[in-house]
Design a protein around this ligand. Structure first.
Ligand code: BTN
Length: 288
């Protein structure tokens, strides 16, 4: 992978500017630096390796040289109501699953809000960062990381604390070698050609919802983790836990998750430090 081969693989997408680096701290960080230096709308940053890749909720994202895909797309004044910013995470995630299905016939799912699952394991993730000026959304960076070859998920490169979800890579799922540029092109095509201009349409929400992992199943949301947010799910009620179980029924217009809880009530949960898992409820019928 180098500047010329990426430019040539992405010619038909007519990107205004593209920068490749063998090694970067983080492609998201580089996209923000580029914005400060005058980077245009749809500027693309790609790196072979990241030394300080960023994941959601302050986690570290590992991108080892030669085996993964890490890139960030800068969007100036993204075409959506600022309240609907989470749709950009949906844009990235939907584009990844659509690309994996279209190019490699791999069934892929979105573990809300930003994880991409193949065979029930995490194959990639999306990190959207935003720049606000008061209530106005000035710019956003959509960062995407995909594990391509087995080296990208080898025990040797994973964080000592382990992962918060089991990992896999595209080649383990296809069973044959995969060209990173082909994956990059397919994802960007979905993002820029298929979905970006449709972000505000019901069609986009339907497509995003249809690819949600655990749709119509019982799931549990927990607010634990290193940055735990006590009270987020139980609204501080004494004696209750920071956990919420319910049947996953879809998304709100703002990209929050909709669940029917154990008492049959519809609840929505916006993105926070939440962990979504299939629920370990033996009998999945809610109490009468
Ligand atoms: C997550 O699952 O927590 C999101 C991971 C997002 C990682 C990508 S890799 C390219 C871009 N640059 C970063 O520093 N992070 C994102």
């Amino acid at each position: 992978m180098d500047q010329l081969s990426i430019e040539s693989a992405l010619t038909d997408l007519h990107l205004p500017a593209l920068r490749y680096n063998d090694r970067l701290d983080s492609t998201n960080a580089e996209a923000w630096r580029w914005l400060e230096a005058g980077g245009p709308d749809r500027a693309l940053v790609v790196a072979d390796e990241q030394t300080a890749g960023r994941g959601r909720a302050g986690r570290h994202w590992v991108t080892a040289s030669g085996s993964a895909l890490a890139f960030s797309l800068l969007l100036l004044a993204p075409p959506l109501d600022p309240q609907r910013l989470p749709r950009l995470t949906g844009l990235g995630a939907l584009s990844v699953v659509s690309a994996l299905e279209a190019k490699f016939a791999l069934p892929a799912w979105i573990k809300w809000p930003n994880d991409i699952l193949v065979d029930g394991r995490k194959v990639g993730g999306v990190l959207v960062e935003a720049l606000w000026s008061g209530e106005k959304l000035e710019a956003a960076v959509v960062g995407i990381g995909i594990n391509i070859a087995p080296e990208s998920v080898s025990a040797a490169i994973l964080p000592p604390a382990g992962l918060n979800y089991p990992a896999t890579c595209v080649e383990d799922a296809t069973g044959y070698p995969v060209d990173r540029l082909e994956v990059l092109h397919a994802i960007l095509h979905e993002m820029l050609v298929t979905w970006l201009s449709r972000l505000s349409l019901p069609e986009f929400m339907h497509a995003w919802e249809a690819k949600l992992a655990f749709l119509d199943q019982w799931v549990e949301l927990s607010a634990g983790g290193p940055l735990g947010m006590p009270g987020l799910l139980n609204r501080g009620e004494p004696g209750s836990k920071d956990r919420l179980a319910g049947r996953l029924v879809g998304l709100t217009e703002d990209g929050a998750l909709k669940l029917i809880d154990m008492s049959g009530k519809l609840v929505s949960v916006a993105v926070g430090e939440l962990h979504l898992r299939p629920a370990l409820i033996k009998d999945s019928t809610p109490p009468e």
